[in-house]
Design a protein around this ligand. Structure first.
Ligand code: RB5
Length: 150
């Protein structure tokens, strides 16, 4: 499995913990984020990470900032990208099963009720259910297309 990750200065420790976890499982991780706490702008990180993802070859991506909020909003502005901000393992599972997102976002300054690594493992284990959920995901992408010229 090939996973891409990006983070701003608010999530360096979280990013490192995620990378260690994924590498311990034998996965390859491409690090597009920063490795220092010097301030950067999370929209830039979302853009370079999603642009690299769209070149192909990645199974999915992870984006982290202080809360996960800003970087997920930015990612969702990039054509074709669906990025979820799961609160717990159940939401992470549903992000794949129902929403078939390509990116998960997390916050380095958030106290999660369950571990981020467990949320990621559940996402990896889960399959997209398709069917009515496929119709709904297609409708999301249709909104993106129909608002292209607004
Ligand atoms: C940076 O201070 C912080 O605003 C950013 O990491 C993120 O939390 C934004 O949503």
């Amino acid at each position: 499995m090939n996973i891409i990750i990006g983070n701003d200065h608010g999530a360096v420790d979280l990013k490192n913990s995620i990378i260690s976890h994924l590498q311990s499982k034998g996965y390859t991780v491409k690090n597009m984020g920063v490795d220092s706490t010097d301030s950067v702008d999370y929209p830039d990180i979302a853009e370079i990470t999603c642009t690299e993802y769209k070149k192909g070859g990645y199974d999915f991506g992870i984006l982290c900032c202080g809360t996960g909020i800003g970087i997920s909003i930015a990612a969702n502005k990039i054509k074709g990208i669906r990025c979820a901000l799961p609160q717990n393992i159940f939401a992470s599972k549903m992000a794949k099963a129902h929403n078939n997102v390509q990116f998960l976002a997390f916050g380095g300054r958030i106290d999660y009720p369950e571990s981020v690594n467990d949320m990621i493992d559940e996402f990896i284990r889960t399959e997209f259910e398709g069917s009515r959920h496929g119709i709904r995901v297609d409708k999301i992408m249709d909104i993106e297309l129909s608002n292209d010229n607004c």
